[in-house]
Design a protein around this ligand. Structure first.
Ligand code: ATP
Length: 202
């Protein structure tokens, strides 16, 4: 059976926390691939300083080029109507009827799942895979999982690997201030940001 991991995000910009989450789940669950799916515009958080979709997509492609097993899909950027995760999962189910789908996310996303559009359908379509973003989040994750399981037959996997605590917000701040981002961005992404003058690097 094909096992496909999906990691949705704003990727503004993509960073090593995203890539590490994807690579660790790729290994832990023996996935055939993890697909990075950049959002058109975030439904969950109105964002200032959002780089154009084309740039966020290109940064994901640069990151994926150096990471075996990681691919990129622009399905959400191409969608005309409002973009919801559940639509993307339905789309994958149609395109890969035999595949097992895994939806990857960090703790913040996992804790808000009940607020997501058609979350019960989401739970049917994919295994929810959560990785801590920082140390000490294990209890939060397990408590939320216990709560969900009281109401829904949720299938879930928790990452067994150390977290890589970094966020796009921190990176945008660092880039704007001209501070080092060494080791925090996938190879080639910093150069692209500077070439395009994103996040105040002009
Ligand atoms: P921002 O700081 O702009 O809110 P972000 O760093 O949270 O951005 P997103 O693109 O919103 O990045 O995240 C996409 C997905 O990746 C989410 O499920 C999020 O929880 C997860 N994620 C982001 N950073 C990490 C990290 N360091 N470790 C594990 N998961 C992460």
């Amino acid at each position: 059976m094909t096992n496909i991991g999906l990691l949705g995000g704003t990727f503004n910009p993509i960073h090593m926390g995203h890539l590490t989450l994807a690579q660790n789940f790729l290994a832990q669950l023996s996935l055939d691939e993890v697909v990075l799916i950049p959002d058109k515009s975030p439904v969950h958080k109105p964002e200032l300083d959002l780089a154009p979709g084309e740039d966020r997509l290109t940064m994901c492609e640069i990151a994926a080029a150096g990471a075996p097993g990681i691919t990129v899909d622009d399905v959400e950027l191409r969608r005309k109507e409002k973009s919801y995760t559940v639509l993307t999962l339905e789309d994958y189910r149609r395109r890969h009827p035999q595949a097992q789908l895994y939806f990857l996310m960090g703790t913040d996303m996992f804790l808000t799942l009940e607020g997501w559009h058609q979350y019960e359908r989401l739970f049917q379509l994919a295994v929810m895979c959560v990785g801590a973003r920082d140390s000490g989040e294990e209890t939060l994750i397990l408590d939320a999982l216990k709560r969900y399981r009281q109401y829904y037959p949720i299938r879930a996997e928790v990452l067994r690997a150390p977290p890589f605590p970094v966020s796009s917000t921190q990176l945008r701040e660092r880039l704007r201030r001209g501070e080092t981002t060494e080791g925090l961005l996938p190879p080639g992404v910093k150069e692209y940001i500077e070439r395009r003058g994103l996040y105040g690097t002009k």
